[in-house]
Ligand binder design. Structure first.
Ligand code: KIV
Ligand code: ZN
Length: 514
Protein backbone atom coordinates (compact mmCIF):
# COMPACT_ATOMS: atom_id res chain seq x y z
CA UNK A 1 0.00 0.00 0.00
CA UNK A 2 1.40 3.38 -0.86
CA UNK A 3 1.70 5.93 1.94
CA UNK A 4 2.63 9.60 2.11
CA UNK A 5 5.49 10.69 4.33
CA UNK A 6 5.55 14.29 5.49
CA UNK A 7 8.89 15.93 6.11
CA UNK A 8 9.12 18.27 9.10
CA UNK A 9 12.39 20.13 8.84
CA UNK A 10 13.87 21.38 12.10
CA UNK A 11 17.19 22.67 10.77
CA UNK A 12 16.29 26.17 11.95
CA UNK A 13 15.33 25.03 15.47
CA UNK A 14 16.99 21.77 16.59
CA UNK A 15 19.64 22.21 13.87
CA UNK A 16 20.45 25.65 15.18
CA UNK A 17 21.01 24.04 18.59
CA UNK A 18 24.18 22.52 17.11
CA UNK A 19 27.01 23.72 19.35
CA UNK A 20 28.68 26.75 17.75
CA UNK A 21 25.91 27.45 15.24
CA UNK A 22 24.07 30.75 15.22
CA UNK A 23 22.21 32.02 12.18
CA UNK A 24 20.95 35.57 11.71
CA UNK A 25 17.44 36.33 10.45
CA UNK A 26 18.50 36.86 6.83
CA UNK A 27 20.35 33.54 6.82
CA UNK A 28 17.36 31.75 8.35
CA UNK A 29 15.08 33.31 5.73
CA UNK A 30 17.38 32.17 2.94
CA UNK A 31 17.43 28.63 4.30
CA UNK A 32 13.64 28.62 4.77
CA UNK A 33 13.15 29.70 1.14
CA UNK A 34 15.43 26.92 -0.04
CA UNK A 35 13.56 24.41 2.15
CA UNK A 36 10.37 25.35 0.31
CA UNK A 37 12.13 24.73 -3.02
CA UNK A 38 13.25 21.40 -1.62
CA UNK A 39 9.61 20.59 -0.89
CA UNK A 40 9.50 20.09 2.90
CA UNK A 41 5.99 20.02 4.37
CA UNK A 42 6.74 21.83 7.63
CA UNK A 43 9.51 24.25 8.60
CA UNK A 44 10.14 24.56 12.31
CA UNK A 45 11.42 28.11 12.19
CA UNK A 46 12.52 28.42 15.81
CA UNK A 47 11.51 28.54 19.45
CA UNK A 48 9.75 31.89 19.61
CA UNK A 49 10.04 32.47 23.36
CA UNK A 50 13.74 31.55 23.51
CA UNK A 51 15.03 35.02 22.59
CA UNK A 52 13.95 38.18 20.73
CA UNK A 53 16.12 37.01 17.81
CA UNK A 54 14.34 33.65 17.67
CA UNK A 55 10.96 35.40 17.87
CA UNK A 56 11.82 37.72 14.98
CA UNK A 57 13.13 34.82 12.91
CA UNK A 58 9.91 32.84 13.34
CA UNK A 59 7.81 35.93 12.64
CA UNK A 60 9.81 36.93 9.55
CA UNK A 61 9.65 33.43 8.12
CA UNK A 62 5.94 33.11 8.98
CA UNK A 63 5.19 36.39 7.19
CA UNK A 64 7.38 35.87 4.15
CA UNK A 65 7.67 32.19 3.36
CA UNK A 66 4.77 30.52 1.59
CA UNK A 67 4.41 26.96 0.40
CA UNK A 68 5.07 25.07 3.67
CA UNK A 69 3.55 25.04 7.15
CA UNK A 70 5.56 27.14 9.58
CA UNK A 71 5.93 25.88 13.15
CA UNK A 72 7.27 27.33 16.36
CA UNK A 73 8.27 25.22 19.33
CA UNK A 74 6.82 26.02 22.75
CA UNK A 75 7.02 24.31 26.12
CA UNK A 76 3.65 23.24 27.54
CA UNK A 77 3.15 26.58 29.24
CA UNK A 78 0.78 29.37 28.31
CA UNK A 79 3.33 32.15 27.90
CA UNK A 80 5.33 30.02 25.40
CA UNK A 81 2.21 29.26 23.39
CA UNK A 82 1.16 32.93 23.41
CA UNK A 83 4.57 33.96 22.10
CA UNK A 84 4.60 31.20 19.48
CA UNK A 85 1.23 32.36 18.19
CA UNK A 86 2.28 36.01 18.17
CA UNK A 87 5.13 35.03 15.86
CA UNK A 88 3.12 32.64 13.72
CA UNK A 89 -0.25 34.33 13.36
CA UNK A 90 0.36 35.69 9.86
CA UNK A 91 1.68 32.45 8.42
CA UNK A 92 -0.12 30.94 5.45
CA UNK A 93 -0.29 27.66 7.35
CA UNK A 94 0.78 27.98 11.03
CA UNK A 95 1.49 25.14 13.44
CA UNK A 96 2.03 25.38 17.20
CA UNK A 97 4.37 22.64 18.42
CA UNK A 98 4.12 22.12 22.16
CA UNK A 99 6.01 19.55 24.23
CA UNK A 100 6.45 18.12 27.69
CA UNK A 101 8.65 15.27 28.85
CA UNK A 102 6.91 11.99 29.70
CA UNK A 103 9.70 9.65 30.82
CA UNK A 104 10.12 8.80 34.51
CA UNK A 105 13.62 10.19 34.55
CA UNK A 106 12.59 13.58 33.12
CA UNK A 107 9.40 13.79 35.16
CA UNK A 108 11.24 13.07 38.40
CA UNK A 109 14.49 15.01 38.01
CA UNK A 110 13.72 17.77 35.53
CA UNK A 111 10.03 18.55 35.89
CA UNK A 112 9.61 17.40 39.50
CA UNK A 113 6.00 16.57 38.70
CA UNK A 114 3.81 13.47 38.93
CA UNK A 115 2.56 11.58 35.85
CA UNK A 116 -0.94 12.91 36.58
CA UNK A 117 0.31 16.49 36.57
CA UNK A 118 2.18 15.92 33.29
CA UNK A 119 -0.90 14.43 31.68
CA UNK A 120 -3.11 17.26 32.89
CA UNK A 121 -0.62 19.90 31.65
CA UNK A 122 -0.25 18.24 28.25
CA UNK A 123 -4.00 18.14 27.69
CA UNK A 124 -4.58 21.67 28.99
CA UNK A 125 -1.85 23.13 26.78
CA UNK A 126 -3.02 21.36 23.62
CA UNK A 127 -6.50 22.80 24.33
CA UNK A 128 -4.94 26.22 24.96
CA UNK A 129 -2.99 26.11 21.69
CA UNK A 130 -6.10 24.97 19.83
CA UNK A 131 -7.81 28.24 20.72
CA UNK A 132 -5.27 29.96 18.49
CA UNK A 133 -4.46 27.45 15.82
CA UNK A 134 -6.11 24.47 14.12
CA UNK A 135 -2.82 22.67 13.59
CA UNK A 136 -1.27 21.66 16.94
CA UNK A 137 1.55 19.18 17.29
CA UNK A 138 2.25 17.57 20.64
CA UNK A 139 5.63 16.00 21.47
CA UNK A 140 6.14 13.56 24.32
CA UNK A 141 9.76 14.44 25.01
CA UNK A 142 11.94 11.39 25.75
CA UNK A 143 9.12 9.17 24.48
CA UNK A 144 11.47 6.27 23.75
CA UNK A 145 12.26 6.00 27.49
CA UNK A 146 8.66 6.55 28.58
CA UNK A 147 6.61 3.86 30.30
CA UNK A 148 4.52 2.39 27.48
CA UNK A 149 1.12 2.56 29.20
CA UNK A 150 1.71 6.18 30.22
CA UNK A 151 2.80 7.11 26.69
CA UNK A 152 -0.39 5.58 25.23
CA UNK A 153 -2.51 7.43 27.80
CA UNK A 154 -0.89 10.82 27.12
CA UNK A 155 -1.22 10.40 23.36
CA UNK A 156 -4.85 9.33 23.60
CA UNK A 157 -5.75 12.32 25.76
CA UNK A 158 -3.91 14.95 23.68
CA UNK A 159 -5.60 13.57 20.56
CA UNK A 160 -8.97 14.00 22.30
CA UNK A 161 -7.89 17.55 23.18
CA UNK A 162 -7.33 18.29 19.48
CA UNK A 163 -3.69 17.47 18.63
CA UNK A 164 -3.37 17.00 14.87
CA UNK A 165 0.12 15.47 15.08
CA UNK A 166 1.65 13.41 17.89
CA UNK A 167 5.42 13.29 17.88
CA UNK A 168 7.46 10.46 19.38
CA UNK A 169 10.97 11.78 20.02
CA UNK A 170 13.95 9.60 20.73
CA UNK A 171 15.33 12.62 22.51
CA UNK A 172 18.60 11.12 23.66
CA UNK A 173 19.23 8.79 20.70
CA UNK A 174 18.78 5.73 22.92
CA UNK A 175 16.52 3.58 20.76
CA UNK A 176 17.47 0.77 18.41
CA UNK A 177 15.73 0.41 15.04
CA UNK A 178 13.74 -2.75 15.63
CA UNK A 179 12.71 -1.64 19.11
CA UNK A 180 11.71 1.85 17.93
CA UNK A 181 9.70 0.36 15.06
CA UNK A 182 7.77 -1.67 17.64
CA UNK A 183 7.09 1.48 19.70
CA UNK A 184 5.36 3.00 16.66
CA UNK A 185 3.50 -0.23 15.89
CA UNK A 186 2.32 -0.39 19.52
CA UNK A 187 1.06 3.20 19.34
CA UNK A 188 -0.84 2.48 16.13
CA UNK A 189 -2.45 -0.58 17.64
CA UNK A 190 -3.22 0.70 21.14
CA UNK A 191 -3.95 4.43 21.07
CA UNK A 192 -7.54 5.20 20.26
CA UNK A 193 -8.02 8.10 17.84
CA UNK A 194 -4.51 7.66 16.41
CA UNK A 195 -5.89 7.16 12.89
CA UNK A 196 -7.07 10.78 12.92
CA UNK A 197 -3.57 12.16 13.52
CA UNK A 198 -0.16 12.05 11.96
CA UNK A 199 2.35 9.94 13.88
CA UNK A 200 5.64 11.80 13.82
CA UNK A 201 9.12 10.71 14.90
CA UNK A 202 12.08 12.83 15.91
CA UNK A 203 15.27 10.85 16.35
CA UNK A 204 18.61 11.99 17.70
CA UNK A 205 21.87 10.46 16.59
CA UNK A 206 23.76 9.74 19.81
CA UNK A 207 24.36 6.12 18.77
CA UNK A 208 24.49 6.92 15.06
CA UNK A 209 21.02 5.40 14.57
CA UNK A 210 18.80 8.44 13.97
CA UNK A 211 18.12 7.66 10.31
CA UNK A 212 17.82 3.91 10.90
CA UNK A 213 15.33 4.52 13.72
CA UNK A 214 13.32 6.95 11.59
CA UNK A 215 13.18 4.45 8.72
CA UNK A 216 12.09 1.69 11.08
CA UNK A 217 9.35 4.01 12.34
CA UNK A 218 8.18 4.72 8.79
CA UNK A 219 7.99 0.99 8.09
CA UNK A 220 5.77 0.65 11.13
CA UNK A 221 3.35 3.44 10.34
CA UNK A 222 4.93 6.83 11.10
CA UNK A 223 3.61 9.42 8.66
CA UNK A 224 5.84 12.38 9.52
CA UNK A 225 9.59 12.43 10.06
CA UNK A 226 11.38 15.29 11.77
CA UNK A 227 14.87 15.78 10.48
CA UNK A 228 17.53 18.34 9.60
CA UNK A 229 19.71 19.11 6.63
CA UNK A 230 23.15 17.51 7.01
CA UNK A 231 21.93 15.90 10.25
CA UNK A 232 22.62 19.06 12.26
CA UNK A 233 21.22 19.25 15.78
CA UNK A 234 21.74 19.07 19.49
CA UNK A 235 24.80 16.92 20.47
CA UNK A 236 25.33 14.28 17.77
CA UNK A 237 22.52 15.79 15.73
CA UNK A 238 19.17 14.72 14.32
CA UNK A 239 18.18 12.35 11.55
CA UNK A 240 19.61 13.65 8.30
CA UNK A 241 16.92 14.54 5.79
CA UNK A 242 19.01 13.65 2.76
CA UNK A 243 19.86 10.20 4.12
CA UNK A 244 16.27 9.48 5.08
CA UNK A 245 14.79 10.49 1.72
CA UNK A 246 17.44 8.82 -0.39
CA UNK A 247 17.06 5.70 1.77
CA UNK A 248 13.33 5.60 1.09
CA UNK A 249 13.85 6.37 -2.57
CA UNK A 250 16.73 4.02 -3.27
CA UNK A 251 15.20 1.12 -1.35
CA UNK A 252 11.63 1.32 -2.63
CA UNK A 253 11.91 -2.42 -3.09
CA UNK A 254 12.10 -2.72 0.73
CA UNK A 255 10.13 0.27 2.06
CA UNK A 256 7.45 0.25 -0.65
CA UNK A 257 6.21 3.23 -2.65
CA UNK A 258 6.36 6.01 -0.05
CA UNK A 259 5.16 9.22 -1.64
CA UNK A 260 6.84 12.40 -0.42
CA UNK A 261 7.14 15.94 -1.61
CA UNK A 262 10.94 16.27 -1.64
CA UNK A 263 12.54 17.35 -4.93
CA UNK A 264 15.67 15.31 -4.51
CA UNK A 265 17.54 17.34 -7.14
CA UNK A 266 17.51 20.22 -4.63
CA UNK A 267 19.27 18.16 -1.95
CA UNK A 268 22.87 18.99 -2.81
CA UNK A 269 22.17 22.67 -3.18
CA UNK A 270 20.32 22.81 0.15
CA UNK A 271 23.08 20.92 1.92
CA UNK A 272 25.73 23.31 0.55
CA UNK A 273 23.72 26.37 1.57
CA UNK A 274 23.23 25.08 5.11
CA UNK A 275 26.86 24.07 5.43
CA UNK A 276 28.05 27.48 4.17
CA UNK A 277 25.72 29.52 6.36
CA UNK A 278 26.20 27.48 9.54
CA UNK A 279 29.93 27.07 9.01
CA UNK A 280 29.59 23.35 9.77
CA UNK A 281 31.73 21.63 7.15
CA UNK A 282 30.70 18.18 6.00
CA UNK A 283 33.05 15.26 6.51
CA UNK A 284 34.10 14.03 3.05
CA UNK A 285 32.59 10.61 3.73
CA UNK A 286 29.18 11.98 4.79
CA UNK A 287 26.49 9.85 3.14
CA UNK A 288 24.73 11.42 0.13
CA UNK A 289 26.27 14.91 0.27
CA UNK A 290 29.91 14.42 1.36
CA UNK A 291 32.62 15.20 -1.20
CA UNK A 292 33.41 11.51 -1.56
CA UNK A 293 29.84 10.23 -1.71
CA UNK A 294 30.05 9.86 -5.49
CA UNK A 295 33.82 9.60 -5.87
CA UNK A 296 35.61 6.45 -6.91
CA UNK A 297 39.26 5.91 -6.14
CA UNK A 298 39.96 2.22 -6.57
CA UNK A 299 40.92 1.20 -10.09
CA UNK A 300 38.56 -1.77 -9.95
CA UNK A 301 35.68 0.48 -8.96
CA UNK A 302 36.56 3.09 -11.57
CA UNK A 303 36.66 0.48 -14.27
CA UNK A 304 33.31 -0.91 -13.13
CA UNK A 305 31.62 2.49 -13.00
CA UNK A 306 32.94 3.49 -16.41
CA UNK A 307 31.55 0.26 -17.83
CA UNK A 308 28.21 0.42 -15.97
CA UNK A 309 27.47 2.93 -13.21
CA UNK A 310 25.20 0.61 -11.24
CA UNK A 311 28.17 -1.65 -10.45
CA UNK A 312 29.25 0.70 -7.66
CA UNK A 313 26.56 3.41 -7.55
CA UNK A 314 23.21 2.62 -5.92
CA UNK A 315 21.83 6.05 -6.79
CA UNK A 316 22.89 8.62 -9.33
CA UNK A 317 24.69 11.85 -8.43
CA UNK A 318 22.15 13.58 -10.71
CA UNK A 319 19.31 12.47 -8.42
CA UNK A 320 20.56 14.81 -5.66
CA UNK A 321 21.43 17.61 -8.09
CA UNK A 322 25.10 16.87 -8.73
CA UNK A 323 26.16 16.89 -12.34
CA UNK A 324 28.29 13.75 -12.27
CA UNK A 325 30.37 11.36 -10.20
CA UNK A 326 34.05 12.01 -9.58
CA UNK A 327 36.97 9.79 -10.35
CA UNK A 328 39.80 10.41 -7.92
CA UNK A 329 43.00 9.85 -9.81
CA UNK A 330 45.57 8.21 -7.60
CA UNK A 331 47.80 5.19 -7.51
CA UNK A 332 44.85 2.79 -7.65
CA UNK A 333 43.41 4.27 -10.82
CA UNK A 334 43.50 2.31 -14.03
CA UNK A 335 44.29 3.42 -17.55
CA UNK A 336 40.61 3.59 -18.45
CA UNK A 337 39.88 6.32 -15.87
CA UNK A 338 43.06 8.20 -16.76
CA UNK A 339 42.13 8.20 -20.43
CA UNK A 340 38.60 9.44 -19.63
CA UNK A 341 40.02 12.34 -17.61
CA UNK A 342 42.35 13.29 -20.45
CA UNK A 343 39.38 13.38 -22.79
CA UNK A 344 37.35 15.47 -20.35
CA UNK A 345 40.20 17.93 -20.15
CA UNK A 346 40.21 18.35 -23.90
CA UNK A 347 43.22 16.19 -24.83
CA UNK A 348 43.07 14.00 -27.84
CA UNK A 349 46.18 11.84 -27.55
CA UNK A 350 47.17 8.84 -29.60
CA UNK A 351 47.28 5.42 -27.94
CA UNK A 352 51.06 5.66 -27.76
CA UNK A 353 50.98 9.10 -26.15
CA UNK A 354 48.44 7.86 -23.63
CA UNK A 355 50.65 4.90 -22.74
CA UNK A 356 53.62 7.21 -22.11
CA UNK A 357 51.55 9.66 -20.09
CA UNK A 358 49.99 6.82 -18.10
CA UNK A 359 53.40 5.44 -17.14
CA UNK A 360 54.46 8.88 -15.91
CA UNK A 361 51.13 9.21 -14.11
CA UNK A 362 51.69 5.94 -12.20
CA UNK A 363 55.16 7.09 -11.11
CA UNK A 364 53.76 10.39 -9.87
CA UNK A 365 50.77 8.74 -8.17
CA UNK A 366 53.17 6.63 -6.12
CA UNK A 367 54.59 9.84 -4.66
CA UNK A 368 51.39 11.89 -4.37
CA UNK A 369 48.08 10.77 -2.85
CA UNK A 370 45.95 12.56 -5.43
CA UNK A 371 46.99 13.62 -8.90
CA UNK A 372 45.42 16.95 -9.85
CA UNK A 373 44.30 18.12 -13.27
CA UNK A 374 47.27 20.44 -13.29
CA UNK A 375 49.63 17.49 -12.81
CA UNK A 376 47.92 15.73 -15.67
CA UNK A 377 48.40 18.72 -17.92
CA UNK A 378 52.09 18.62 -17.17
CA UNK A 379 52.20 14.88 -17.81
CA UNK A 380 50.45 15.20 -21.11
CA UNK A 381 53.32 17.43 -22.13
CA UNK A 382 51.43 20.47 -23.29
CA UNK A 383 48.86 22.98 -22.11
CA UNK A 384 45.28 22.30 -23.08
CA UNK A 385 45.16 25.58 -24.87
CA UNK A 386 45.97 24.26 -28.34
CA UNK A 387 42.84 25.70 -29.83
CA UNK A 388 42.07 28.06 -32.71
CA UNK A 389 41.07 31.41 -31.29
CA UNK A 390 37.94 32.16 -33.29
CA UNK A 391 36.90 34.55 -30.52
CA UNK A 392 39.42 36.82 -28.81
CA UNK A 393 38.79 39.23 -25.95
CA UNK A 394 39.30 42.88 -26.82
CA UNK A 395 37.95 44.77 -23.79
CA UNK A 396 35.22 44.64 -21.17
CA UNK A 397 33.48 47.00 -18.84
CA UNK A 398 31.66 45.97 -15.68
CA UNK A 399 29.32 47.90 -13.43
CA UNK A 400 28.65 46.09 -10.19
CA UNK A 401 28.13 46.69 -6.49
CA UNK A 402 26.10 45.45 -3.55
CA UNK A 403 23.07 47.62 -4.44
CA UNK A 404 23.09 47.55 -8.25
CA UNK A 405 22.38 44.87 -10.80
CA UNK A 406 25.69 43.78 -12.29
CA UNK A 407 26.01 44.78 -15.94
CA UNK A 408 28.79 43.78 -18.31
CA UNK A 409 29.72 44.93 -21.80
CA UNK A 410 32.18 42.66 -23.55
CA UNK A 411 33.93 43.46 -26.87
CA UNK A 412 35.59 40.62 -28.74
CA UNK A 413 37.03 39.90 -32.15
CA UNK A 414 35.41 37.12 -34.08
CA UNK A 415 37.85 36.02 -36.75
CA UNK A 416 39.29 39.55 -36.53
CA UNK A 417 35.93 41.36 -36.82
CA UNK A 418 34.78 43.37 -33.75
CA UNK A 419 31.62 42.13 -32.01
CA UNK A 420 30.10 43.43 -28.79
CA UNK A 421 27.21 42.61 -26.42
CA UNK A 422 25.98 43.64 -22.98
CA UNK A 423 24.08 41.66 -20.34
CA UNK A 424 23.05 41.75 -16.71
CA UNK A 425 23.63 38.93 -14.24
CA UNK A 426 23.97 37.78 -10.65
CA UNK A 427 27.31 39.43 -10.03
CA UNK A 428 30.05 40.68 -12.37
CA UNK A 429 31.36 37.30 -13.54
CA UNK A 430 27.90 35.97 -14.32
CA UNK A 431 27.02 39.18 -16.23
CA UNK A 432 30.25 38.95 -18.24
CA UNK A 433 29.65 35.28 -19.10
CA UNK A 434 26.14 36.13 -20.26
CA UNK A 435 27.44 38.96 -22.45
CA UNK A 436 29.95 36.55 -24.03
CA UNK A 437 27.20 33.99 -24.67
CA UNK A 438 25.03 36.65 -26.26
CA UNK A 439 27.81 37.56 -28.61
CA UNK A 440 28.45 33.99 -29.74
CA UNK A 441 24.76 33.12 -29.93
CA UNK A 442 24.63 29.97 -27.81
CA UNK A 443 24.54 29.03 -24.17
CA UNK A 444 26.58 26.55 -22.18
CA UNK A 445 25.93 24.97 -18.80
CA UNK A 446 28.55 26.17 -16.32
CA UNK A 447 29.39 23.18 -14.13
CA UNK A 448 32.38 24.43 -12.25
CA UNK A 449 34.24 27.67 -11.86
CA UNK A 450 37.37 28.18 -9.84
CA UNK A 451 39.93 30.87 -9.32
CA UNK A 452 43.36 30.44 -7.87
CA UNK A 453 46.52 32.45 -7.53
CA UNK A 454 49.38 31.14 -9.63
CA UNK A 455 51.99 33.59 -8.37
CA UNK A 456 52.48 35.32 -5.04
CA UNK A 457 52.01 38.91 -3.84
CA UNK A 458 49.21 41.44 -4.20
CA UNK A 459 49.78 41.63 -7.96
CA UNK A 460 49.48 37.85 -8.19
CA UNK A 461 48.40 36.30 -11.43
CA UNK A 462 45.02 34.62 -11.04
CA UNK A 463 44.07 31.59 -13.07
CA UNK A 464 40.39 31.00 -13.72
CA UNK A 465 39.15 27.61 -14.82
CA UNK A 466 35.67 26.96 -16.11
CA UNK A 467 34.17 23.61 -16.82
CA UNK A 468 31.15 23.80 -19.08
CA UNK A 469 28.81 21.34 -20.72
CA UNK A 470 27.58 21.74 -24.28
CA UNK A 471 25.59 19.01 -26.03
CA UNK A 472 26.54 16.50 -23.32
CA UNK A 473 30.26 17.15 -23.75
CA UNK A 474 32.51 18.73 -21.19
CA UNK A 475 34.87 21.55 -22.16
CA UNK A 476 37.43 23.11 -19.87
CA UNK A 477 38.62 26.67 -20.44
CA UNK A 478 41.41 28.53 -18.69
CA UNK A 479 42.39 32.16 -18.52
CA UNK A 480 45.16 34.00 -16.69
CA UNK A 481 45.34 37.65 -15.70
CA UNK A 482 46.17 39.88 -12.76
CA UNK A 483 42.50 40.92 -12.92
CA UNK A 484 40.26 38.10 -11.72
CA UNK A 485 37.32 39.14 -13.90
CA UNK A 486 39.54 39.28 -16.97
CA UNK A 487 40.93 35.84 -16.12
CA UNK A 488 37.35 34.56 -15.82
CA UNK A 489 36.18 36.08 -19.11
CA UNK A 490 39.25 34.71 -20.87
CA UNK A 491 38.57 31.25 -19.44
CA UNK A 492 34.99 31.38 -20.68
CA UNK A 493 36.05 32.51 -24.16
CA UNK A 494 38.68 29.75 -24.15
CA UNK A 495 35.92 27.20 -23.45
CA UNK A 496 33.76 28.75 -26.17
CA UNK A 497 36.60 28.45 -28.69
CA UNK A 498 36.86 24.75 -27.80
CA UNK A 499 33.14 24.27 -28.42
CA UNK A 500 33.37 26.14 -31.70
CA UNK A 501 36.50 24.19 -32.76
CA UNK A 502 34.71 20.97 -31.90
CA UNK A 503 31.59 21.81 -33.88
CA UNK A 504 33.41 23.22 -36.88
CA UNK A 505 34.06 26.90 -37.45
CA UNK A 506 30.54 27.38 -38.88
CA UNK A 507 29.36 27.16 -35.30
CA UNK A 508 30.81 30.57 -34.73
CA UNK A 509 28.07 31.97 -36.94
CA UNK A 510 25.30 31.46 -34.45
CA UNK A 511 22.88 29.40 -32.44
CA UNK A 512 21.35 27.36 -35.25
CA UNK A 513 24.62 25.72 -36.26
CA UNK A 514 25.50 24.37 -32.85
O1 KIV B 1 14.58 16.01 20.96
C1 KIV B 1 13.46 16.35 21.37
O2 KIV B 1 12.79 15.67 22.14
C2 KIV B 1 12.94 17.61 20.88
C3 KIV B 1 11.51 17.91 21.19
C4 KIV B 1 11.36 19.26 21.74
C5 KIV B 1 10.67 17.66 20.00
O3 KIV B 1 13.63 18.34 20.19
ZN1 ZN C 1 15.34 17.21 19.35
Amino acid sequence: MSARIKIFDTTLRDGEQTPGVSLNIQEKLEIARQLVKLGVDVIEAGFAIASPGDFMAVKTIAENVKGASIASLSRAVEKDIDRAWEALCHAESPRIHTFIATSDIHIKYKLKMSEEQVLERAVAMVKYAKKYCGDVEFSAEDASRTRTEFLYKVLEEVIKAGATVVNIPDTVGYASPEEFGLVIKGIKENVSGIDKTDISVHCHNDLGLAVANSLAAVRNGATQVECTINGLGERAGNASMEELIMGLQTRKDYYGEMAHNIKTKQIYRTSKLVSNLTGVALPPNKAIVGANAFAHESGIHQHGVLAEKSTYEIMTPESIGLSQNRMILGKLSGRHAFEERLKEMGYNLTAEEITRAFEKFKELADKKKTVTDRDIEALAGEKVSEVDEVYKLDSFQINSGNKVIATATVSMFKNGEPVMEAATGDGPVNAAFKAVERTVGFEMELQDYSLKGVTEGTDALGEATVRVMKDNKIYVGRGVSTDVIEASVKAYINAINRVVNDHGKGAADGRETI
